[in-house]
Design a binder for this molecule. Structure first.
Ligand code: NAD
Ligand code: TYD
Length: 337
């Protein structure tokens, strides 16, 4: 039995990762350690509660004593750190919490990982640490870090601490840097579920600036398989880029959603651009594909159909996460934009 601490397991990617591990392994026990911020939702994990290989601990990664106690009580051998503040727009209006969770929280995890001789620590990072590309080129693992938003600055800072703990304390670490994910259970502050939610509510789709920014979309299940591959077979101290080879402009993306849901393009509304908006992300996958034999398995066309279908089949989930605080967030972010 491998006992793994999965932090942030009640969020979008964490939920998908936990379900994947419970379904595809039989010797892994998951201790999901999550603070349940606005982005964490235990309803998403209802089908896991009765599984003896799943335990939930309500905790903040900044909490030194609860983290130490959890690692000891559950004989944790490995840590996979998903916990983060993850939305660029929120990092522009409220950056402090990004430093607290993403930087200080990660540092606390690293300190405890050293103290309790954790065998492997995987940091879930992002391609956004590399900054922005022009029309050409791709991010490789050797691209310099040039974060442009408070979110990506906090993630880059965490990546540096992970590197430093590998170098200084010989902690066995690996870091993954993935492109934009989409799929079931994503909170509707992010572009794809926000647009699906708006289409279902017959609201306009807010496209920032000219809508020609490019993102490289990866179906969340492929991100999860890549993380598990890197956790088990990645080389200590190394970074692995993960991408979908699916570059789309934001306009192409929203038009696809409108086409699938049979709604008119007149719902598209151009709104004031995000300050410092990164123009293009694109991932060079060569390292993970050649060294770990991983590749994306879901095409964009399949993945986006599956995603829309999931939101249509799970309207209760969508209603539950968009009640309460979401309304306030939405009006502050979009009304009068
Ligand atoms: P999310 O915002 O959906 O979920 C974050 C989870 O972390 C939530 O369950 C939240 O409750 C928890 N959390 C937040 N602060 C915490 C704290 N202080 N202590 C404990 N738990 C805390 O995020 P996501 O989209 O699932 O992203 C997961 C990770 O993947 C993040 O580290 C993010 O930077 C990275 N990432 C995301 C994407 C993407 O497209 N979503 C792409 C690349 C990398
Ligand atoms: P997002 O899902 O926030 O991910 P990220 O900023 O981490 O790439 O946004 C994806 C793209 O969509 C990004 O270029 C910003 C753009 N966007 C909009 O045009 N309108 C919106 O309402 C949102 C949330 C994002």
């Amino acid at each position: 039995m491998k006992n793994i601490l999965v932090t942030g397991g009640a969020g979008f990617i964490g939920v998908n990762f936990i379900k994947m591990l419970l379904n595809t392994t039989d010797d892994v026990k998951i201790i999901n350690y999550d603070a349940l911020t606005y982005a964490g939702n235990l309803e998403s994990l209802e089908d896991c509660i009765k599984n003896p290989r799943y335990v939930f601990v309500h905790g903040d990664i900044q909490d030194k004593s609860l983290l130490a106690q959890t690692i000891q009580n559950h004989n944790i051998e490995g840590i996979i750190n998903f916990a983060a503040e993850s939305h660029v727009d929120r990092s522009i209006s409220d950056p402090d919490i990004f430093v607290k969770t993403n930087v200080l929280g990660t540092l606390n995890l690293l300190q405890n990982a050293v103290k309790f001789n954790i065998k492997r620590f995987l940091q879930v990072s992002t391609d956004e640490v590399y900054g922005s590309l022009g029309n050409d080129g791709k991010f490789t693992e050797n691209t310099n870090l040039s974060p442009n938003s408070p979110y990506s600055a906090s993630k880059a800072s965490a990546d540096h601490f992970v590197r430093a703990y590998n170098h200084t304390f010989k902690l066995d670490t690996v870091t993954t840097r993935c492109s934009n994910n989409y799929g079931p259970y994503q909170f509707p502050e992010k572009m794809i579920p926000l647009c699906i939610n708006n289409i279902l509510a017959n609201k306009n789709l807010p496209v920032y600036g000219d809508g020609l920014q490019v993102r490289d979309w990866l179906f969340v299940k492929d991100h999860c398989t890549a993380i598990w591959e890197v956790f088990n077979h990645g080389k200590t101290g190394e970074v692995y880029n993960i991408g979908g080879c699916n570059e789309k402009t934001n306009l192409e993306l929203v038009k696809t959603l409108l086409r699938i849901l049979k709604r008119p393009e007149s719902l598209i509304t151009f709104v004031k651009d995000r300050p410092g908006h990164d123009r293009r992300y694109s991932i060079d996958n060569t390292k993970i594909m050649s060294q770990l034999n991983w590749k994306p398995s879901v095409t964009f066309e399949e993945g986006i159909e599956l995603t829309v279908k999931w939101y249509l089949d799970n309207k209760n989930w969508l209603e539950s996460v968009t009640s309460g605080h979401y309304q306030k967030y939405y009006s502050e972010m979009y009304v009068n934009r």
